[in-house]
Design a protein around this ligand. Structure first.
Ligand code: HEM
Length: 403
């Protein structure tokens, strides 16, 4: 294995926001494992072994010797990476105990039952878009509010509280805030979530969080329930919002593929899967070795950090004979690790798929003339953060056709 390279694990090719940097492909082609620099707003920059091949990604994410690197520390300040209830902070039996309590709310069947609510949320944002335009920022009016509103429904946040809830969510997801601001904001989120938990304890609502309180409330502390609420908000919000924005931006630049999503309901699920593979919003997954072990005969030492690059693993040519660097919404679905793999694989993936399958076709049907309002190279992508996304997506349309 070679020494650390000054290469962010989510690096993109110059001028190509969706494409991994050539250096990431070089790492993938090299049989030796390399160490790279990983930027993190909460942890600072750290060195880690880069995992860039699809099969290696599956193997390390499924290996119990690799743990979530951040354990709970009651003496350290409470942050998203240090709060009880957040599944991403647990390993082994403690993780499966907590995950079992939540998984019932995210099955394919349960998520199918959420479809009417998601359709209502999407319809309300399409109406808001129409009112705002012609001409609006899709991120602000459409992509960001949809996942927040869906999570408000899952948690049972009353309408009157939603503005404050959304504001705190925005701060919580803003990578430009300081650690101190994050800690302060999380304290506010905790205080709000505590009132919500208290009301579910008194009378469990007919929603996901109410169900958890009803069925498992006696096994969970208030602190854990607060953490569960915050985790669902954070895990399900920015990733889904990013997919809505990045997916829309990509399709607006590929009108023939956009037409498939708009006009062919039977092809929409496959198209969304290809967009998920191609955009890979959660670009990296960090772990830490609990003991020394080997990947393809190469040593990873106890205590070393390991990071999977979803971005390039999803384009590993070992996955398909096709050209995985080109978006092709009609391709036979190709496996990907956009939702991770193994014990921590995304709990909300069926919900995310449902939100995307409802929202993107509805958007292009309601606004058939939708177009980027700026040249594609001026779209403001967020390529350096751990969650890839779009900061602003100015779009326009012809009013007569929006009906
Ligand atoms: C396109 C949207 C989404 C993407 C790309 C995504 C991606 C991921 C990934 C990669 C992980 C694994 C992280 C790791 O192993 O280090 C994860 C975990 C998780 N996701 Fe998602 N996610 C999305 C949407 C959602 C939604 C909508 C929810 C719920 C409201 C959600 C809830 C969770 C939870 C609770 C975990 C932690 C699971 C565990 O540790 O056992 N996600 N997600």
């Amino acid at each position: 294995m070679t020494g650390p390279k000054a290469l962010p694990i989510a690096a993109r090719a110059a001028g190509q926001p969706y494409a991994p940097a050539a250096e990431l492909y070089e790492l993938q082609a090299d049989d030796r494992l390399h160490r790279v620099k990983v930027p993190s707003p909460l942890l600072g920059e750290f060195d880690a072994v880069a995992v860039t091949r699809y099969e290696d990604a599956k193997s390390v994410l499924n290996d119990e010797r690799l743990r979530m690197g951040f354990s709970l520390d009651p003496d350290a300040p409470r942050t998203m990476l240090n709060q009880p209830g957040n599944l991403l902070n647990y390993n082994g039996i403690e993780h499966s105990r907590l995950r079992r309590m939540l998984s019932g709310g995210f099955t394919v069947k349960r998520v199918r039952g959420l479809r009417p609510m998601i359709e209502e949320v999407v319809a309300s944002r399409l109406a808001a878009l129409e009112e705002a335009g012609p001409g609006a920022d899709l991120v602000q009016v459409f992509s960001t509010p949809i996942p927040t509103m869906v999570i408000c429904e899952l948690l049972g946040v009353p309408y009157a509280d939603r503005a404050g809830f959304q504001r705190r969510a925005q701060v919580g997801l803003d990578v430009n805030t300081t650690r101190e601001e994050q800690i302060r904001n999380l304290a506010e989120m905790d205080a709000y979530m505590a009132t919500l938990i208290a009301s579910h304890r008194e009378s469990p609502g007919d929603n996901l969080l109410g169900g958890v309180v009803r069925d498992f409330g006696h096994e969970l502390t208030d602190d854990e329930l607060i953490g569960i609420g915050n985790m669902l908000l954070i895990a399900g919000h920015e990733t889904t919002a990013s997919m809505l924005s990045a997916g829309a931006a990509l399709l607006l630049q590929n009108p023939e593929q956009l037409a498939v999503v708009r006009d062919e309901p039977d092809a929409a699920a496959g198209a969304i899967e290809e967009l998920l593979r191609y955009c890979a919003p959660a670009t990296t997954m960090p772990r830490q070795a609990a003991e020394t072990f080997h990947v393809r005969g190469q040593e990873i030492r106890e205590g070393e950090k390991v990071v999977v690059s979803v971005l390039v693993a999803n384009r590993d040519h070992a996955l398909s004979d096709g050209d995985l660097d080109t978006l092709n919404v009609r391709r036979e679905p190709v496996s990907h690790v956009t939702f991770g793999y193994g014990a921590h694989q995304c709990l909300g993936q069926q919900l995310a798929r449902m939100e995307l399958r409802v929202a993107l076709p509805a958007l292009f049907n309601r606004f058939p003339t939708l177009a980027l309002a700026v040249p594609p190279e001026e779209v403001d992508y967020r390529t350096t953060a751990l969650v890839f996304g779009v900061r602003r997506l100015p779009v326009t349309w012809t009013r007569e056709e929006a009906s």
